[in-house]
Design a protein around this ligand. Structure first.
Ligand code: IMP
Length: 173
């Protein structure tokens, strides 16, 4: 299996996750807990680091959505495979690994909003360029300059490379 070429180092990720955690905490009134909803599977590592960097109490839940089959292009339709627990009255934070078309995020947002949270904020570690949808994303870690498929730090290609501590690209073979 080829080793991905590093694009964003573990150190860059660590620094940016700290900044995102601080920015996130500032958005929610003091003394009120945050409720993080991580998007599986790709968001597990980001959420684990983000919650440890948060200077505030937080609860954690997960949702699982599916749109990508095997490979690197979206199928378009997004299915909520595992729904998160009810969030009514909470300060909810969606923790996404990467936003490409925004369809996954939009599906989860609509599901959560229907439950009337106190507030809903999205933090995405990565954002791809040229997104057609207008889905709001309050905090973004890194915006990728071109539309390359990235792996590592939770992100996979056919379930491989999630364990890497950095984000990288696979060279075209
Ligand atoms: P969207 O619905 O098109 O925004 O796709 C979001 C989901 O697709 C993410 O949560 C990832 O699981 C997956 N995805 C999109 N781009 C990439 C990538 O470059 N690498 C790995 N997974 C990706």
């Amino acid at each position: 299996m080829p080793t991905p070429t590093p694009l964003i180092s573990a150190e860059q990720i660590r620094t940016r996750v700290g900044e995102l955690a601080a920015a996130l905490a500032q958005r929610i009134p003091d003394g009120e807990p945050l409720h993080l909803v991580g998007v599986l599977k790709g968001g597990f590592m980001f959420l684990a680091d983000l919650v440890r960097a948060l200077p505030r109490p937080a609860t954690v839940d997960f949702a699982r959505l599916a749109s990508y089959g095997s490979g690197t292009t979206s199928s378009g339709a997004v299915q909520l495979v595992t729904a998160p627990h009810p969030v009514r009255g909470r300060h909810v934070v969606i923790v996404e690994d990467i936003v490409d078309t925004g369809l996954t995020l939009e599906r989860l947002r609509q599901h959560l909003l229907a439950d009337q949270p106190q507030s809903l904020t999205t933090v995405a570690l990565l954002s791809k360029p040229g997104r057609a949808s207008e889905v709001p994303i309050e905090l973004v870690g890194f915006t990728l300059e071109d539309d390359r498929f990235v792996v590592g730090y939770g992100l996979d290609l056919d379930q491989q490379h999630r364990q890497l501590p950095y984000i990288g690209v696979l060279d075209p073979s």
